[in-house]
Design a protein around this ligand. Structure first.
Ligand code: IMP
Ligand code: MG
Length: 190
């Protein structure tokens, strides 16, 4: 059984009210920016983007579709993206000539999104934009243009609100900073 999340929580970085307020703003901004377009497709990157997508779309008041894509980085340690990315689950939608908005939980090095962008652009959509809830700018190794950013955060490992620790705690309604000692000890157990 997983331990109570409190054992891994150093501090709450972004509380529920702050998250929800910002997500509402992003939804309103996206609605304005895409006004008049009827072929918007929100592409949620699984699994971390799920909570963000479902809250964000409630604030997007123009017609749109949603679809899902799962990717994994392999050959990498759990906390680092190697740049080698694989599609685990592809879209079910033909994206040619569609306006795509990628909905992602967090951009760290940028490798994952850079790969996703290249893959999607090869299918000739009308355009592709990126909406990420969190960004660790100082960790960026690939410079990608991010159109919508919920929060810039410091270089700390975070969990909750879609982001997991060993697949747990994605349900937490806030973003928390992981207590390094607690998580390191736990990894050695595994
Ligand atoms: P990137 O390819 O380095 O930009 O990594 C992006 C992916 O790494 C995200 O989609 C997350 O799955 C994961 N990731 C990066 N930082 C964190 C974090 O602080 N907590 C949880 N997952 C993270
Ligand atoms: Mg992710």
């Amino acid at each position: 059984m997983p331990r109570p999340y409190q054992e891994y929580l150093q501090e709450i970085l972004i509380d529920e009210a702050t998250l929800q307020k910002r997500i509402a703003e992003l939804g309103q901004q996206i609605s304005r920016d895409y006004a008049g377009k009827t072929d918007l497709l929100l592409i949620c990157i699984l699994k971390g983007g799920v909570l963000f997508l479902t809250d964000l779309m409630r604030h997007i008041d123009i017609p749109h579709h949603i679809d899902f894509m799962a990717v994994s980085s392999y050959g990498a340690q759990a906390r680092q993206s190697s740049g080698a990315v694989r599609i685990e689950m592809d879209l079910h939608t033909d994206i040619a000539n569609r306006h795509l908005l990628i909905v992602e939980d967090i951009i760290d090095s940028g490798h994952t999104l850079s790969y996703i962008l290249r893959t999607l652009e090869a299918r000739q959509p009308a355009d592709v934009k990126i909406c990420t809830l969190l960004s660790k700018r100082e960790r960026r190794e690939i410079d990608i243009k991010v159109d919508y950013i919920g929060f810039e955060i410091p270089n700390k490992f975070v969990f909750g609100y879609g982001l997991d620790l060993d697949e747990y705690y994605r349900n937490l309604p806030f973003i928390g900073v992981v207590r390094a000692e607690a998580y390191a000890t736990k990894s050695e157990d595994a």
